[in-house]
Each structure stands twice: as C-alpha cells, then as structure tokens.
Ligand binder design. Sequence first.
Ligand SMILES: Cc1cc2nc3c(=O)[nH]c(=O)nc-3n(C[C@H](O)[C@H](O)[C@H](O)COP(=O)(O)OP(=O)(O)OC[C@H]3O[C@@H](n4cnc5c(N)ncnc54)[C@H](O)[C@@H]3O)c2cc1C
Length: 157
Amino acid sequence: VVKPTSRGAVTLRTAGPFSKPRIVHNYLGSEEDRASILAGMRMALDIAAQPALQAVTTGAFRAPGPDVSDDDLMRYARTEGMTLYHPTSTCAIGRVVDTRLRVLGIQGLRVVDASVMPSVVRGNTNAPTIMIAEKAADMIREEAAAATSTVAVAGGA
Ligand SMILES: Cc1cc2nc3c(=O)[nH]c(=O)nc-3n(C[C@H](O)[C@H](O)[C@H](O)COP(=O)(O)OP(=O)(O)OC[C@H]3O[C@@H](n4cnc5c(N)ncnc54)[C@H](O)[C@@H]3O)c2cc1C
C-alpha cells in the first residue's frame, strides 16, 4: 500500500518541549487500504501458485490456497506487515506551512523536510526530501537577496 489513504497523526503529549510526541500511524485504517492489501496479497498468492514457481513454493514455503479467507489474510497483514519507513505530511503544505514552507501564522519559522509533502509519494521519499531542501535553499536565498536589494534601494534613496 504505497499510496495509503489511512491517516495517522503526530500530536503533543504535553506542552513541555522535551516530552516525546505521540505518533500514531494508523496503518490499514481505511477500507481502501484494507482492500488494496487484500488484493495485493491475493495477486501474490496467485503468482506463487503458478507452475513455473512450484520448485520454490513447495517445501519450507507453503503459501495458503485461494480458499484462504479475507479475515485470515487481514490478520496476517496486521501481524506480519511492516512499514516502508516513509512517513510524511505531518506539516503538510497548505495545512501547516505555506508554499514557501513558512509556518502559517508564525514569523521567521520554516519547516523543510519530508513532513511538508501534501501526501506521501508513491516511490521512495529520500530524493523528494532532498529536492524540497534544494528548493527551500533557493527560496531562502532569493528572499535574502530581495531583502538586501530593498535595503540598498532604500539606502540609495
Ligand atoms: C530504516 C529506513 C530506511 C529507509 N530507506 C529508504 C530508502 O531506501 N530510500 C528512500 O528514498 N528513503 C528511505 N527511507 C526514508 C528516508 O530516509 C526519509 O524519508 C528521509 O530521511 C526524510 O528526511 P527528513 O529530513 O524529513 O528527516 P530525517 O532524515 O529523519 O532527518 C531529521 C534530522 O533531524 C535530526 N533531529 C531530530 N531531532 C532533533 C533535534 N531536537 N535537534 C536537532 N536535530 C534533530 C535527526 O538527527 C535527523 O538528522 C528510509 C527510512 C528509514 C527509517
């Protein structure tokens, strides 16, 4: 489920800046994600059942047959499934920061990391995060240059 519709949350436990946040991923929280994981598992089982794979799907590896229930597959997904380590979007553009990554309602504070993605990308998150950082560096430089030239013009006048 690389494009999940389930939404988790990062919230504060206390007002203390050193207390750890509460992070709730809420994996497989939406009907769409549950349907997606079931469809993916059934497709994998179908592939595993093909004659060309018999040599590796017998013996130690015993996949369940097509009559396995959705409940059993779901139980397996919940106990054995794992994260791809791509959490994003807790400070999404439009909700927490503006399109120049400035925190809404607070002056002089930007967020520049994977948390500003409006939604998680389908692929890996490292390269997009680097792109966000490069773009932010350009914007910060632009703004600094504009501020300097304004001061110079004001000084000249
Ligand atoms: C195990 C694992 C494997 C992954 N594999 C891949 C992969 O193969 N390909 C891929 O594209 N992505 C991968 N990712 C995802 C990718 O690493 C992240 O999406 C990306 O690093 C996010 O960048 P970021 O700057 O938002 O956060 P981070 O890279 O987590 O950077 C946050 C930084 O803030 C620092 N920090 C935290 N608290 C403080 C503090 N109080 N004061 C100062 N500094 C602080 C941390 O030390 C850290 O350096 C993987 C992630 C994990 C965990």
